[in-house]
Ligand binder design. Structure first.
Ligand code: NAP
Length: 241
């Protein structure tokens, strides 16, 4: 396939699995921010299979760091075919206890980052009249979640951004879609006890928590697809139907 693919937040969890899997057939740039050790580990693991992957540090909520990352990628490869806006953080807290700083951190990391990274990447896509953008939203962006108001707001914002941008960029042959995962087994959910996880499983028709691979499978399909845009694809074991 050999597409040039940027995955944000690829040091851990879902992004790590996406980067690792797609690197077998594509040129993948794995972005990370704090987890340098895990990013290097990903790179070294793939090297053992003779697969090269670029790892790049940038806080995706900061314009200057993103600008540097994108210009480095463009000077090396000349293009970015696919952007996967995956980086994100969560917070579990009563609405009345959320501070201004915490609200800004969630919105900037999860939503403003999509604006910044996409804006920097899309100029090249428009120039080439070709591109695919996949944003990682969440089930909570669709339904809302108690104790996760800032997170749910940021993920609902991604849905608005995805739909609007699909309309604006469709004429430039750029597809923009979002995936809204249910509960996926990553460290993002380490706040839940085993008992709480079991209670959640009982609410899910498929009776299990998802794995990062289940999100990657959808991404592989979107890479092949040519006629899907502006869609929010729910992968949640039927948790929200
Ligand atoms: P995770 O295991 O906690 O990984 C989060 C990733 O995002 C890490 O690689 C982290 O990199 C990166 N990241 C965070 N802030 C960043 C920043 N400012 N700049 C660059 N990278 C940053 O979480 P996950 O479960 O894989 O989540 C991935 C995405 O899926 C998130 O957008 C999340 O909201 C969404 N999602 C997850 C679930 C779930 O149940 N797990 C459900 C729905 C949606 P560093 O550690 O290097 O900073």
């Amino acid at each position: 396939m050999n597409k040039v693919i940027l995955v944000t937040g690829a040091s851990r969890g879902i992004g790590n699995n996406i980067a690792k899997t797609l690197a077998h057939e594509n040129i993948v740039i794995a972005n990370y921010n704090k987890s340098e050790k895990e990013a290097i580990q990903l790179q070294e693991e793939l090297k053992k299979e003779n697969i090269n992957i670029d790892i790049m540090k940038a806080d995706v909520s900061k314009r200057d760091e993103v600008e540097n990352m994108i210009s480095t990628i463009l000077s090396k490869y000349g293009r970015i075919d696919v952007l996967i806006n995956n980086a994100g953080i969560s917070q579990y807290k009563l609405f009345t206890d959320i501070t201004d700083a915490e609200w800004d951190n969630i919105i900037n990391t999860n939503l403003k980052s999509n604006f910044i990274v996409t804006q920097e990447v899309v100029k090249n896509m428009i120039h080439r009249q070709n591109g695919l953008i996949i944003n990682i939203s969440s089930i909570w962006g669709v339904t809302g979640a108690a104790m996760e108001v800032a997170y749910s707001t940021s993920k609902a914002g991604i849905i608005g951004l995805t739909k609007s941008l699909a309309k604006e960029l469709g004429p430039s042959n750029i597809r923009v879609n979002a995936i809204a995962p249910g509960m996926i087994d990553t460290s993002m959910n380490s706040k839940f006890s085993e008992e709480e996880i079991n209670e959640i499983k009982e609410e899910i028709p498929l009776e299990k928590i998802g794995r990062p691979e289940e999100i990657t499978k959808c991404i592989k399909w979107l890479l092949e697809d040519t006629y899907t845009t502006g869609q929010i694809i729910s992968i949640n074991g039927g948790w929200n139907i």
